[in-house]
Design a binder for this molecule. Structure first.
Ligand code: COA
Ligand code: AMP
Length: 630
């Protein structure tokens, strides 16, 4: 099949297209129709089907005779351990864990927060929740206790499953003390916590509330898979928006199963039984979709990698893992390849390994700069596919469909729309812009199955964030253009989200923290270009009048404050003190202009600027810390 015929098949009858894809899923009761538009512009897919995610990800493969196939490989260069879990073992482990959760009262619809590092038990916890129809919400380990508390209060979990610790190079991440701290801050309290004790740091358990992962499963009957409706949420995943309050992206069961399974064959071009590796973290959407669910639903072997692209122990780690486990398709963030390239510029370490199993490298999470793609193409000699999607969408929206047709790659573009999408570029007044012109990237409603139906507890915010500005369309929050061949180019965000090492962060959230410092009267945070991480946050502080303390001291304090409140993942290391911030006459801070100055780009003086002289002060402040050229 060609890409053109794939898109024709989808656009001529989207419902038939997705109903056909739904046949690869094992339903307890198949849906009678694909789309439910009774509540438009909010849409649901496969609402009247009954199905279980864990059954499709685990049990069905065992029943089909693939119990001895490896489901999960844990490869942890940080702890120097590797082990494999077959589908049959995974079924036994997940059924036991789900049984213990059920015995403590977890039922369909209850929320469960999972706060765990890159260990297979994180996937088992997700699958155990899905087995019961409980809705999990995984929180990334690089967030601070406060961020965990915010999520606890928003999704009000009945239980929290955590590990005693995580391991970053040279540093233990104290998950359990972070959890205890979060529970002290949170208003909502779970009925109980389950702690997976790691030997690197055993945590103190609080009697009555905390249960040990292993012993709480003792003597409890296994749980069977609970059928849920197609529109029942399988998980909530919080992601950054414009304000400090994260958005709880809801994922509905039916569409999630259908779309992820479809994507494995058509986008990633892999067959069941092959090894698929996404080097991300279970705390991000890439981890949900392509470490846990999609490979397992599709019957692949997935790798849970606890390490970094460099330093664990060297820039050859990726290639070692690919060779050792015979990875067929590898997915990582461009920043990871940049980190490898910086240490091994000629790719010499690649020659130490037999990478003959590897057919494709996929990149996503941030813009893939042409130099990084070219380096990977040159050294790996396989197709390098940049592809674009978001937490909200759950799987690739724009890509090269490697299982359908290997269309030419265009450097700087993540490719062409996948079924379900028809990217349009709109101008400020909602008018459609011609080929090559930059504008807001939108796609017509309804979104395809597997994308967010709403935000948890925040339907109004869902409508305002994604549907209100351009009625009839989903607003991506990205700006870009489409070329004459229909390839999309992503150029920037239209909101205050920045992307640091492939991690999506809110400058608004950082500003809220800075503004909480007693000596800060006003502040702004911008994302400046960074050769390794893509972007890095830089804070600008205007001090309260009368403050005479050393600026360096205040700068160090706000850096610590952001690390304590948001977490190390914010990578907030730089704050500068300025007298004033550039603003429009109506008082809006000119952040985009500040970014251009920092990146040494030319810019048009904003017509509404209050006092152009302030821009020179900003440039001088940036130059004092190594930005904005000379
Ligand atoms: N738990 C706790 N802390 C974490 C964490 C986790 N799971 N993941 C990252 N952190 C910490 C890091 O230790 C670092 O802390 P530090 O300030 O004490 O050094 C901080 O958060 C920033 O992390 P990050 O920006 O990811 O940098 P890094 O030093 O961990 O890695 C590279 C740097 C160069 C290797 C980076 O380019 C990279 O590859 N990051 C991962 C990219 C990725 O997988 N993104 C997922 C999107 S698909
Ligand atoms: P997240 O929700 O964390 O996956 O982040 C989604 C955002 O990351 C998108 O809206 C883009 O701004 C950016 N992004 C993801 N993939 C790409 C890509 N391939 N090219 C450019 N930007 C990307």
């Amino acid at each position: 099949m060609s890409y053109t015929s794939l898109m024709h098949r989808w656009s001529s009858d989207p419902e038939a297209f997705w109903m056909d894809a739904a046949q690869s899923i094992d339903w307890v009761q198949p849906p009678t129709k694909a789309l439910d538009d009774t509540n438009a512009p909010l849409y649901e897919w496969f609402s009247d089907g009954l199905v279980n995610t864990c059954y499709n990800a685990v049990d069905r493969h065992v029943e089909a005779g693939h119990g001895e196939r490896v489901a999960i490989i844990h490869d942890s260069p940080i702890t120097h351990t590797k082990h494999e879990i077959t589908y049959a073992e995974l079924q036994a482990r997940v059924a036991s864990l789900a049984g213990a959760l059920r015995a403590k009262g977890v039922e369909k619809g209850d929320r469960v927060i999972i706060y765990m590092p890159m260990v297979p038990e994180a996937l088992e916890a997700m699958l155990a929740c899905a087995r019961l129809g409980a809705i999990h919400s995984v929180v990334f380990g690089g967030f601070a206790a406060n961020e965990l508390a915010v999520r606890i209060d928003d999704c009000t979990p009945k239980a929290i499953i955590a590990a005693s610790c995580g391991l970053e190079p040279g540093r233990v991440v104290h998950y359990k003390p972070l959890l205890d701290g979060a529970l002290e801050m949170a208003t909502h309290q779970p009925d109980f916590c389950v702690i997976f004790q790691r030997e690197q740091e055993v945590a103190k358990l609080e009697a009555g509330r905390d249960h040990d992962w292993h012993s709480f499963q003792y003597g409890v009957p296994d749980a069977e898979c609970v059928p849920v409706e197609g529109n029942h949420p399988v998980y909530i995943l919080y992601t950054s928006g414009t304000t400090g309050a994260p958005k709880g992206v809801v994922r509905a069961t039916g569409g999630h199963l259908v779309a992820l399974n479809w994507s494995m064959r058509h986008v990633y071009g892999v067959q069941p039984g092959e090894v698929f590796w996404a080097a991300s973290d279970v705390g991000w959407v890439v981890g949900h979709s392509y470490i846990c669910y999609a490979p397992l639903i599709h019957g692949n072997t997935t790798i849970v990698f606890e390490g970094k692209p460099v330093g664990t122990p060297d820039a050859g780690t990726f290639w070692r893992v690919i060779a050792e486990h015979k990875v067929a398709a590898f997915f990582t963030a461009p920043t990871a390849i940049r980190a490898v390239k910086r240490e091994d510029s000629n790719g010499a370490l690649i020659d130490n390994y037999d990478l003959s199993s590897l057919r494709t490298l996929f990149l996503a999470g941030e813009r893939a700069d042409p130099a990084t793609i070219e380096w990977a193409q040159r050294n790996l000699k396989i197709p390098v596919i940049d592809h674009w999607w978001q937490t909200e969408l759950g799987y690739p929206a724009v890509s090269i469909p490697m299982g359908v047709e290997e269309l030419p790659v265009k450097l700087g573009s993540p490719g062409v729309p996948m079924p379900g999408y028809d990217m349009k570029i709109l101008g400020e007044n909602g008018e459609e812009l011609p080929t090559g012109e930059l504008g807001a990237i939108v796609t017509p409603l309804p979104l395809p199955p597997g994308t967010l139906p709403t935000l948890w507890n925040a339907e109004d915010r869902f409508r305002k964030s994604y549907l209100a500005n351009y009625p009839g369309y989903y607003e991506t929050g990205d700006a870009g253009y489409v070329d004459e061949d229909g390839y999309l180019y992503i150029m920037a965000r239209t909101d205050d989200v920045i992307n640091v090492a492939g991690h999506r962060l809110s400058t608004g959230a950082m500003e809220e923290v800075l503004a909480g410092h007693p000596d800060v009267a006003e502040c702004a945070v911008i994302g400046v270009s960074d050769a390794l991480k893509g972007q890095m946050p830089v804070g600008f502080l205007c001090l309260t009048s009368g403050v005479t303390r050393d600026a360096a001291e205040i700068q160090a304090e706000v850096v610590k404050l952001v690390r304590d409140r948001i977490g190390p993942v914010a990578a907030f290391k730089l704050a500068v003190v300025v007298d004033r911030l550039p603003k429009t006459r109506s008082g809006k801070i000119l952040r985009a202009t500040m970014v251009k100055i920092a990146d040494g780009e030319t810019f048009k003086m904003p017509a509404t600027i209050d006092d152009p002289a302030i821009l020179d002060e900003i440039r001088a402040a940036l130059q004092s810390v190594g930005y904005a050229g000379d």
